[in-house]
Write a new protein. Sequence first.
Length: 316
Amino acid sequence: MTRTAHFVFLLVENFSHLAFSCALEPLRIANLVSGKPLYRWSLASEDGVSATCSNRAVTLVDQGLVPLERDDRLFLISGLHVHNHTTEGVVNFLRRERSRGTPIGAICSGAYVLAVAGFLDGVETAIHWEFHDLFAERFPSVRLVRNVFVAHEEFVTASGGTAAADLMLHLIATEHGPDLATVVADQMVYNAVREGTAAQRVSLQSRHGMRSEHLTRAIRIMEDNIETPLAPWKIAEEIGISTRQLERLFGKYLNTSPKRYIVEMRLHRARNLIVQTEQSITEIAMACGFNSTSHFSKVFRGRFGVSPLAHRTTLS
């Protein structure tokens, strides 16, 4: 007789409803199409009553932060402003469950909570791309990857959204065979199932309809040097073309210049850090390659219409 696996989904306040649904529904459908109780699940929250997701829908739960059964699997699901909802109670609960040997995973921004608990040093980890800047600043010893999910580590992580479905289909295939996973995906009308190593974001080539290897390499160099931005001539030199050629590529495919693109990239990273961290404006300016806080504030206001401090206050 097939053993029924039990998942406990710990819903952190402001969790992603999309990620939650994509994690839960493959399990339900697997039961439906197999005709067997392969999976069951329970929902948990810190107060043991309910949890509110980022679209303001309220989900009732089955339990609070109580000890789990011996063979339970724990998956933590969070969402926006995760740093504001990572409570001492949740972190202590995770540490207790780890000490008891409970398998633990995280979805969307959930890896942030696992990192706060001290679980992920040296561990290959996936988190939603929007939290990469926050994560890299706060946890430099974690091996952050851009994959949709990581299932081969002790702590399983998925980047959120439909990546949660990719992870669950992977687990179903591992435990009950790829044929069942395929039938579940078909029931979901999900014909673009991804392996864990797939990139989270649409490629630059697909996003902009471009086919320039030189431009792709130039943008990757820019992303890797945000804290100490390289001059366009230096980037051109690294990829083996002239500065004039680089200018033409950015104008043709992106309708901008290399210099403006670099500034835009740095400003968007700064905005992420302002919203997602409690770092000072000076620290954020330095992390995004601005040597002067006053210059950073001026450029930020010119781009977004408000000062960095006002932007943080408005969203707090």
